[in-house]
Write a new protein. Structure first.
Length: 328
């Protein structure tokens, strides 16, 4: 987290943190590898936290393959938010995640900090479906009308119809009721209601679901970069500690990749490239190395297609000062 905090010269007015677990399949008798029914395999289930807009890595932790409990997620968030608040006491923090995080323990931790909000997916249940019944019925009626109208005019029927609504819902008798946003989506294959619980009051239901909640899915690309391109999912060791170290090294490589891409490769063809592309383009190049007394000189092939880009990158890296720690 220190590197993420130091990336800001001054405390930001607001940040968005995306929380997500991702399976890491295991093979053999690795420590703390358990069968996960959702993923249908034996795995670890590491937790990744990225900054939403920039995809900067905030933290990652390796954990067993079991479904995380509300208490476990709450303990991690206590450490995360307490550390961030030591440096940024007045920054507004918005946390986004799926239904794993929509538990009373996690929500109690978040609401105990000032200027901290959440947007979490919420698993459907009988109570939520009763609240959503009228809106789903209205969406179904509109969908059937549009399908009939399209067929009457010889056009292709629309694939779906969606309506948004909101209501208050409390998970238990002793818990505070929170705002729940409903997306009532009706398709030819059937109904597909989705629920989101949040502490935000200002955004409209459609804006909150489409612009705030759905945007968290982009962190999947960052997780893929850590797991696939930087090989954090190579579970070839037998001990949990060895795999935790591998995840730590992969995350360190991702931090370097993110800094290189945002600070050095900005306005180049590789500004949005994934780690695998940058590694193949800039690092896996045949060169002739000549050793001198005070330097090493790399001789590239005369037909090297990225010669100009390499010259730009090395020139920028030479003049970039070392980052100073954030003392705010």
């Amino acid at each position: 987290m220190d590197h993420f905090i130091a990336s800001y010269a001054a405390p930001p007015a607001a940040i968005v943190l995306d929380l997500d677990h991702s399976d890491d399949p295991t093979y053999g008798q690795q420590e703390f590898a358990f069968y996960n029914d959702y993923y249908q395999n034996h795995c670890y289930l590491p937790l990744f936290i990225f900054e939403g807009p920039s995809h900067a890595l905030v933290m990652a932790t390796l954990r067993p393959g079991t479904r995380p409990t509300g208490t476990e997620n709450a303990m991690i968030l206590v450490r995360l938010l307490s550390y961030l608040r030591c440096h940024w006491p007045y920054t507004h923090i918005l946390l986004r995640g799926d239904s794993h995080f929509a538990t009373p323990e996690v929500i109690d931790v978040i609401t105990s900090y000032r200027w901290t909000d959440f947007v979490f997916g919420l698993a459907g249940n009988a109570v939520l479906l009763r609240h959503a019944a009228a809106t789903i019925k209205a969406a179904r009626h509109l969908h059937h009308q549009r399908v009939a109208l399209a067929r009457a005019h010889g056009q292709a029927p629309p694939p779906s119809r969606r309506l948004y609504d909101e209501f208050r819902y409390a998970a238990g008798s002793g818990t505070q009721p929170w705002r729940v946003v409903l997306k009532a989506k009706v398709m030819s294959a059937g109904d597909n209601p989705r629920f989101v619980v949040t502490s935000l009051e200002a955004p409209t239901p459609a804006m909150l679901y489409e612009d705030l909640y759905c945007a968290r899915g982009k962190c999947e690309n960052a997780i893929k970069a850590v797991k696939v391109d930087l090989r954090s999912d190579r579970t070839s060791a037998t001990t949990f500690l060895a795999h935790a170290l591998r995840l730590l090294l992969a995350c360190a490589a991702y931090v370097l990749h993110h800094a290189l891409r945002t600070a050095t490769l900005h306005h180049t063809a590789l500004a949005q490239a994934q780690p695998a592309t940058i590694i193949v383009t800039l690092f896996k190049i045949a060169t002739q190395v000549k050793q001198y007394k005070d330097r090493r000189r790399l001789h590239l092939p005369s037909a090297c297609p990225v010669q100009a880009l390499l010259h730009r990158v090395t020139a920028l890296l030479y003049v970039v000062p070392l980052p100073a720690g954030n003392t705010s």
